[in-house]
Design a protein around this ligand. Structure first.
Ligand SMILES: CC(C)(COP(=O)(O)OP(=O)(O)OC[C@H]1O[C@@H](n2cnc3c(N)ncnc32)[C@H](O)[C@@H]1OP(=O)(O)O)[C@@H](O)C(=O)NCCC(=O)NCCS
Length: 174
């Protein structure tokens, strides 16, 4: 099954598939992602997928559609990373694989810092970062923890294949 997973770029034309992914997620998973009740995903995902300069990668599985999605969203000279894995597909390494690819492409695009917003006590993101030699800053304010890493430190999370891809695409600006 794992060999049939594909990580694909998605954009506004994938709106229906991304909406369907959100509708298959539990309220708890959506709360963990957005930290608030979001209502009908059709009302906000078009804006998210159309956000200028943003990068969206998803995991596609034959006969199951999209089962996970990750975003990198520019915010000044850094960028926010967000991940969503469908409940039945969690804890199988998909979030880690998406983060690696997003880190790889972020470095290629020249973002110096990435940050993610997680609920306090969320240990899976920290577990992912422990795979690399990455020093992460954690700041908790108003019930949300910001986890920030320098993309220059993401090389080992990114992995050799990504590092090769970065070299192939050219210089990293920062
Ligand atoms: C958080 C999330 C992205 C992680 O993706 P995932 O595919 O489920 O995670 P992975 O399978 O890649 O596992 C990541 C690590 O967390 C560890 N982990 C899993 N469950 C854990 C738990 N309850 N406590 C501590 N670590 C845990 C895994 O063992 C793995 O570490 P390892 O590789 O050292 O074994 C996913 O669960 C998700 O979408 N959750 C809801 C939305 C969310 O919280 N998004 C993050 C904020 S934007």
């Amino acid at each position: 099954m794992r060999r049939r997973l594909r990580i694909v770029h998605v954009g506004p034309d994938a709106l229906a598939d991304v909406v369907a992914l959100h509708r298959r997620c539990s309220a708890y998973t959506l709360w963990s992602r957005y930290h608030r009740a979001m209502g009908d995903p059709e009302t906000y995902l078009g804006t998210l997928l159309g956000r200028p300069g943003a990068l969206h990668l998803a995991v596609r599985v034959p006969h199951s559609g999209l089962v996970a999605i990750g975003h990198v969203m520019p915010d000044g000279d850094r960028a926010e990373v967000a991940l969503l894995v469908q409940d039945g597909w969690q804890n199988q390494g998909l979030g880690t694989r998406l983060l690696r690819r997003l880190a790889c492409e972020s470095r290629r695009l020249g973002w110096a810092e990435l940050y993610g917003l997680v609920l306090p006590g969320e240990r899976r993101i920290s577990a992912m970062l422990r795979h690399g030699d990455v020093a992460a800053d954690h700041v908790t304010e108003h019930g949300v923890t910001t986890v920030q890493v320098a993309t220059s430190g993401l090389g080992t999370v990114c992995g050799t294949r990504c590092a090769d891809a970065i070299r192939a695409f050219g210089a990293v600006r920062r």
